[in-house]
Design a protein around this ligand. Structure first.
Ligand SMILES: NC(=O)c1ccc[n+]([C@@H]2O[C@H](COP(=O)([O-])OP(=O)(O)OC[C@H]3O[C@@H](n4cnc5c(N)ncnc54)[C@H](O)[C@@H]3O)[C@@H](O)[C@H]2O)c1
Length: 419
């Protein structure tokens, strides 16, 4: 198959590498430096599996059939599938995702190719694809939700929990094209996955063909559930902090119930990253006219948690002043959500920084991956030793052994030192 992928971010790049094992892939972006890096087999993002696959391809140890380009006309002409993996940021003014990059990429495909199946992998509002098809008079568009995690993008596609494609059930041509696309994704997965036994008694990777709108809903509902779970353990932790109870003991006690499970239960400053905040807001917007309490609460809980964290840091500062420390300084250790991540889009610590700044508390940020000297109006340092020395309270969403020598200054809720 000839496949074009629009966007070489976490989603587009991982799909490019996955599909390039067995197909000819043309990766399109609008940023020259990303395209140049890819053509040199260098990853523009930090992802162990992507980096491994690219370096093995460079040394000739692995075959990957792809090229990257800014030339959309050339790339989209003659392909069988065009996969759209461009950003859909949440726009607070319209209360919806900004889908303009998705529509720009689709227009660029159709300019030179009327027959390719267009697969939207970007996350979109529930009901978007059917509305777009009607608006454009174009039946050859379907949607497939993407479930990868940043930092493990290719690993998650090599070992997918499930592959979901959405196409209208009464359009047999679209259903066949969607099934074929699912099989291309499955073909790229690690061969061991073909033998795996699933909890429902089936073998291999589950491939689900759903209605288009149901597939869109799967993506928003799963991410909102994950946001709910994070918020639940965070509010449990807030309760324990206020009441002087051991959060870790209580989480251990409840997580041994197999219906809860001992995973994804480590407290933090809030859910963050590119997808959970925006996808839960989008789902809430989709609920307009439909009764709900919980979806709104999941969105609001994240703000309440960050308010609480900022208040906790403030009370430490007040205590230090009372003890005679002159103008104590708060240090924020890393802007990233997780250790090992190289990006901090919508990380919860940013909300904490804004709140501390609004309280008039001086904040210094330590973030070695950030070239700038200032972030959200706070000074950025790249010198870990000077940072640890200068700060009186160090606020860390995730613990790092680098902080061991100043553990008594650290404020974190990373109780289990993982996730
Ligand atoms: N990041 C994740 O963990 C994740 C997981 C599942 C789904 N998603 C969804 O997938 C989509 C992409 O996310 P991402 O994290 O890969 O984004 P990203 O910002 O990392 O990458 C998007 C890429 O698209 C490029 N681009 C923008 N407009 C373009 C155009 N018109 N033509 C070609 N390229 C264009 C950008 O330059 C960028 O390189 C979003 O809708 C997101 O919600 C992301």
């Amino acid at each position: 198959m000839k496949i074009a992928v629009a966007g070489t971010g976490y989603v587009g790049l991982s799909l490019t590498v996955l599909l390039a094992q067995h197909n000819e892939v043309r990766a399109v972006d609008i940023i020259q430096s990303k395209v140049d890096k890819l053509n040199r087999f260098e990853s523009p993002i930090r992802d162990a599996e992507i980096e491994r696959f690219l370096s093995e391809a460079k040394s000739g140890k692995r075959e990957l059939h792809f090229s990257a380009t800014l030339d959309a006309d050339k790339a989209y002409a003659g392909v069988d599938y065009a996969v759209i993996a461009t950003p859909t940021n949440y726009d607070d003014a319209t209360n919806s995702f900004d889908t303009s990059s998705v529509e720009a990429a689709i227009a660029a495909v159709r300019k030179v190719n009327q027959t390719a199946w267009i697969v939207i992998k970007s996350t979109i509002p529930v009901g978007y694809t059917e509305g777009l098809k009607e608006r454009l008079g174009d039946e050859k568009i379907f949607f497939s939700p993407e479930f990868l995690r940043e930092g493990h993008a290719l690993w998650d596609n090599l070992h997918p929990s499930r592959i979901v494609v959405g196409a209208p059930k009464d359009d047999s041509e679209a259903v066949e094209a969607a099934k074929k696309f699912a099989s291309l994704l499955a073909e790229g997965a690690d061969p061991s996955e073909r033998e795996r036994k699933n909890a429902d008694g089936t073998t291999g990777i589950p491939e689900l063909v759903l209605g288009t709108t149901e597939a869109e809903a799967v993506k928003l509902f799963v991410n909102t559930y994950l946001a709910l779970r994070v918020s639940y353990f965070n509010e449990l932790d807030t309760y324990c902090e206020v009441k002087g109870l051991s959060t870790a003991d209580i989480i251990h006690g409840i997580s041994l119930d197999p219906r809860v499970g001992d995973f994804y239960n480590n407290p933090s400053f809030g859910y963050g990253g590119y997808c959970l905040p925006k996808d839960s807001k989008q789902l809430l917007a989709n609920y307009r006219g439909v009764p709900q309490d919980l979806i709104r609460a999941i969105v609001d809980a994240n703000d309440t948690r960050k308010d609480f964290i900022a208040d906790q840091v403030e009370s430490r500062i007040v205590k230090l002043v009372y003890e005679g420390v002159n103008q104590p300084v708060v240090g924020v250790y890393r802007l990233t959500m997780k250790s090992g991540s190289d990006n901090f889009r919508s990380s919860s610590i940013q909300g904490v920084i804004r709140r501390l700044r609004d309280k008039g508390i001086p904040v210094v940020v330590y973030e070695p991956t950030l070239a700038d000297d200032e972030f959200l109006g706070c000074k950025v340092t790249h010198d870990a030793a000077a940072f640890k020395d200068r700060c009186d309270v160090i606020v860390a969403n995730r613990w790092s052994d680098e902080l061991s020598d100043v553990a008594d200054k650290v404020y974190t809720r990373d109780l289990f030192r993982r996730d």
